[in-house]
Write a protein that binds this ligand. Structure first.
Ligand code: MN
Length: 716
């Protein structure tokens, strides 16, 4: 059993006496709270956190990480609280232990493989500090090493989780030794027959292989010396799981797998070009197998693995794989992110990386001015997936959403009906409002009610395009049916005024010609257009009147156009409605930035009022529509402003100077001086881009000494 002195031995050459003291304190704490707990192996529970801390110490990680290794199960499995950890060991350790407690709840278990990537991402997203993940991986290594004490069904469950979740994570962080060990340990339990067969055959040929290894190593070494390339050559059997995977993927049996052996040339030089020199030496010795050369130096793997790989026909016609790399590349290949901070001084300029490791790298690079590598490590907070959140479905699947997503987005991701009928949600079994923002690790259940419908408000909370388009679609259908009713109503009234029956006309052949002429496809479209105010009912009825009467009718100036181009009014977008005529109401002069409402007028499209406009009270709520500003190109809008000030000379000049200085046009000004109190009332009509520009000019004017008040006024 590992003792505390072993851990201190492993760390004393790079940690301070104070840190070593803290590690000892954590050991005593862990021993006390795990007192009496026993592992399935019969050993005291304490052996587990000790072994985990030992693995982390071998990786030369910082004190907080090793302490977290000693304490990683205390909050989960004992009465210890996170506050106690914070009091005893500081907020850094508490943060790590808290993170470890949270991610220990992620269990992949018997999920389908297609879910694995989501689980891995969730794990990364929840490991807001990379050290959390490193402790978790060390924890898993020790649990796998002692898996034989678990009952058979647990063995299967844990081994499968390890191979699907943890080995790929170790790989993603570039920690090869962990990946290899986790894979081979899991392989024994997941495919015991294949494992034992493979192990038997590999061992059987061991003696021959050792001989062969020495031969190849000797040849490469001699040749390197001849070309004055310094370094070492290393040969070993590939790990079982990688051989097995190759047999599976390429449908080979054991005898057909030639390159059971992998050789590594590790060069003392830190120059990339030395690797290519060594490669040409190898290729001059033996014929390369076509298509097997891979240049991971020019194009590193996503986890920043860099090396040259080639397969050659070696002595006795055997295929052997040879990897060529510098020592720095080798350290990364074996220890990945964990080694990175220790070798930052040696690191030469790096070529471009890809994907997630690039983000990590940016974080790493940005910390470079820090002197102390441990300080550097503890500053290594990572946000690998800052734009996504991962949540559980009630049956344990993981779904990913953009950050800021709400239960509405979740509901529509399940099914349109679930979304449409969503009335609320439970997160981790508690009711939450529909605007609740999903958090990593949340378990979501949607509450539905038959007959419930989406509302326009939902667009404020929904962030996924799926949910948004479903909601808009519903609103559009809804508003269309309202417009049909309204349009039909308007047409009936107008026809009645002329003693005609719209319903009868609607059934006639004539009507088709009419909507054709407007460039519409159906009677329904015609009614919608009338309802929206795009087509005047007066104009429609005129087409059915005898010519002489029609001429006498006062008609609006508009003429029916063939395939009228869509009318778009810059500055306004309507929820679920397109190409509608829009007017800005003169009574309140809305400007961008104002809260606004739309009102379907009879025959004049949609009028836009400010939400404060007193006229809104009188509106028929059926005709009120949701509108938003959508500002593309800059344009100006009229707005009224009243300035009340002490009457004095030069005042108007001063005011207009301020306004013009802000590049605002004054389209109208009126000054009225009240004799009784000698105050001047100046009403301006300004052309502004938006509310914030208006507010700027107001506050600039307010700064003048003689100004008493400035306010926005309606309808100049
Ligand atoms: Mn553990």
């Amino acid at each position: 059993m590992l003792r505390i002195t072993d851990i201190l031995d492993k760390t004393q050459d790079y940690l301070s006496p104070k840190e070593l003291e803290m590690i000892e304190k954590a050991y005593i704490f862990s021993a006390a709270v795990h007192q009496g707990q026993v592992r399935l192996s019969g050993e005291p529970y304490l052996t587990h956190p000790m072994e985990v801390a030992g693995i982390l110490a071998d990786m030369k990680l910082d004190a907080a990480t090793i302490i977290s290794g000693l304490l990683h199960d205390t909050v989960e499995d004992t009465l210890t609280t996170i506050e106690q950890v914070r009091e005893g060991f500081g907020k850094d350790v508490a943060f790590l232990v808290d993170g470890l407690t949270k991610i220990s709840k992620i269990t992949f278990g018997s999920q389908e493989e297609r879910q694995a990537e989501n689980f891995r991402k969730m794990m990364l997203a929840m490991s807001s500090d990379i050290r959390i993940l490193l402790v978790r991986l060390a924890d898993r290594i020790h649990n796998m090493r002692t898996l034989n004490f678990q009952p058979a069904n647990r063995q299967q469950y844990i081994a499968k989780e390890t191979i699907e979740l943890y080995a790929p994570l170790a790989n993603r962080l570039g920690i090869n030794w962990m990946k290899v060990e986790l894979e081979d340990l899991s392989f024994q339990y997941v495919k015991p027959d294949a494992y034992h067969e493979l192990a038997r055959r590999v061992v059987q040929s061991k003696e021959k292989r050792d001989q062969y290894t020495e031969e190849v190593k000797g040849i490469i070494h001699a040749e390197m010396e001849r070309f004055e390339l310094k370094g070492e050559v290393d040969g070993r059997a590939k790990h079982y799981y990688s051989i097995y995977k190759k047999m599976e993927e390429q449908h080979l049996n054991f005898d057909e797998v030639y390159d059971l052996m992998a050789f590594r040339v590790i060069l003392d030089s830190d120059q990339e070009k030395t690797c290519y020199e060594a490669l040409s030496v190898v290729h001059a010795l033996w014929k390369p197998v076509p298509g097997r050369f891979k240049d991971y130096i020019a194009m590193p793997k996503a986890n920043n693995y860099r090396s040259l790989h080639t397969t050659v026909i070696g002595p006795h016609g055997q295929r052997v794989e040879i990897q060529i790399r510098t020592r720095a590349m080798h350290e990364w290949a074996e220890e990945g992110i964990a080694a990175h901070w220790r070798y930052k001084e040696k690191r030469s300029s790096q070529t471009d990386d890809s994907g997630q490791i690039k983000k990590l790298r940016e974080l790493l690079e940005s910390q470079q001015e820090l002197q102390n590598p441990r300080e550097f490590m503890s500053n290594l907070k990572m946000a690998l997936f800052p734009d996504e959140v991962y949540v559980f479905t009630p049956n344990g699947d993981v779904k990913s959403f953009p950050k800021g997503a709400t239960p509405i987005d979740y509901a529509f991701s399940i099914h349109t009906d679930v979304g449409n009928q969503c009335i609320g949600a439970k997160v981790n079994r508690n009711i939450v409002p529909i605007k609740y923002q999903l958090q990593n690790g949340d378990m979501i259940e949607i509450i539905t009610q038959t007959g419930h419908h989406p509302s326009k408000d939902w667009l404020k909370f929904a962030v996924t395009s799926r949910a948004r388009s479903k909601i808009k679609n519903w609103i559009k259908t809804e508003e269309r049916s309202k417009s049909i009713d309204l349009g039909k109503d308007l047409l009936e009234k107008e026809f009645k005024r002329h003693h005609l029956k719209f319903t009868a006309v609607a059934r006639s052949e004539e009507i088709k010609k009419i909507y054709d002429e407007y460039g519409l496809n159906s009677l329904e479209d015609l009614m919608v257009s009338v309802g929206y105010g795009k087509i005047s009912p007066k104009h429609v009825v005129r087409l059915f009147l005898p010519e002489e009467i029609a001429r006498g009718e006062e008609i609006p100036a508009e003429k029916p156009k063939k395939k009228a181009p869509p009318i778009s009014t810059p500055g306004i977008s309507l929820t679920g409605i397109e190409d509608v005529m829009v007017h800005y109401a003169k009574c309140c002069n809305p400007i961008p930035g104002d809260e606004i409402v739309g009102y379907i007028s009879r025959g004049r499209g949609i009028n836009i009022h400010t939400a404060q406009c007193p006229h809104i009270q009188e509106f028929d709520s059926e005709r009120v529509v949701d509108v938003q500003w959508s500002i593309g190109e800059k344009q100006t809008y009229p707005v009224g402003m009243r300035v009340v000030c002490k009457d004095q000379k030069g005042l108007v000049a001063e005011l207009s100077a301020i306004i013009s200085a802000m590049d605002i046009n004054i389209s109208h000004a009126e000054i009225d001086t009240r004799l009784h109190d000698m105050q001047a009332i100046c009403d301006f009509k300004l052309d502004v881009n938006d509310l914030s520009q208006f507010n700027q000019v107001v506050s600039a004017i307010k700064k003048l000494k003689s100004v008493i008040s400035v306010e926005r006024i309606a309808g100049t």
